[in-house]
Design a protein. Sequence first.
Lengths: 204, 204
Amino acid sequence: MRSAIDSREHLIEVATKVFAREGFAGTSLRMIAVEAGVSAALLVHHFGSKQRLIEETIETTLGEWMRDKDHLAELPLSEALSQWPQTAQDGQQKLAFFKQVMLSGGKPAQLLLERMHFEARERLTAMTKSGVMRDIADIDTAALLLAVYGMAPLILSEPVKKILGGDITDPEISEKLARSSLELFALIREGQTPPQTKERAGEK
Amino acid sequence: MRSAIDSREHLIEVATKVFAREGFAGTSLRMIAVEAGVSAALLVHHFGSKQRLIEETIETTLGEWMRDKDHLAELPLSEALSQWPQTAQDGQQKLAFFKQVMLSGGKPAQLLLERMHFEARERLTAMTKSGVMRDIADIDTAALLLAVYGMAPLILSEPVKKILGGDITDPEISEKLARSSLELFALIREGQTPPQTKERAGEK
DNA sequence: CGTTTTACTGAACGAGTGTTTAGTCTATTG
DNA sequence: CAATAGACTAAACACTCGTTCAGTAAAACG
């Protein structure tokens, strides 16, 4: 018998890959089992149920952004989302997995959106106080919209890809989208250089 | 035997309702059959397959916006999306159905996004030419982002609802979102009154 | 009228699902 | 070395799915 820990980690790895590609509902335990070269029963043996396996993959990939809001403010989710695509194929898979989590609804999607909402509000508040940005009447709602807009191109990535003729993870496409979103969010006072964080927020 | 046409229409009506609530993949023929008070076999008898039934419900609800782009420019999809919620429960169901179509991917989602892209580009072009708006470097990409951003709150309506404490179809919530999005898209030259179409585009 | 058509149903089929069970094999332990 | 524990599997179970089939009943047609 092999090392139980190694096997578990490998299974989570494969499961995450298939979930990212096919979605949670569209993935059967047998699909994961075949791709991992094991039996479906082994998945149940290790994780108890499909639901628990799903929860473990989510915890492994996105767990650090689903816990205490305040402590991890220095590792923003929005920044991670924009940096993942640069890390070759693994990053694209992470992005696709994140999309599936948001589409699956439930508590994880709720927590992740709340997290991005929190980050956007912090960013807006800081920029307003420093005078880089003109005042906003309802910062809370504006921050929520920024969070939602940030996820939108990813969630609609399939049809967007066909229109743009390339995936949104392509550096060229990504840059074009970032530039356009910056142009739309003309929050910055003219003559000032927009901070980098602002650019990342509106893009992905 | 009842009128075949009446029965078909009734079945499409019920199917649309269930699809809007549960999604296409999450709806079984038996669920629709029970809710319509018929047998599952009757659905196959009338429509041939589940896939064909799905296509008929999409055609019935959104067909007019999925055909010739140019001819129907006077009935924008984005405007319909913002007006549906005002027509009581039926409008909310239409909105939910639209969301499910976008989430299901495939050709219908593609056509609908292309339609909103087309509309947004026309709007941007007109506003730029008339001088109401400052120039935009890449109108095509900006229009795509506007279209995507317009759908975003609807597609993420579930977690958004929990954060805002009310559905985005509530007039109060809807107005708040529209006001904030207007504030974000500060495209209008200061001192000018924003046209109504602009407001609708950024809201829903 | 009798015949044909067709809306409609209950039951079953085959495929796929998550999960359970009984059992095999092997590394570790006492 | 013998016993135990646990990784692992093939097979089956109970269920749901879309779809098929044989048959019923009633409307439409000649």
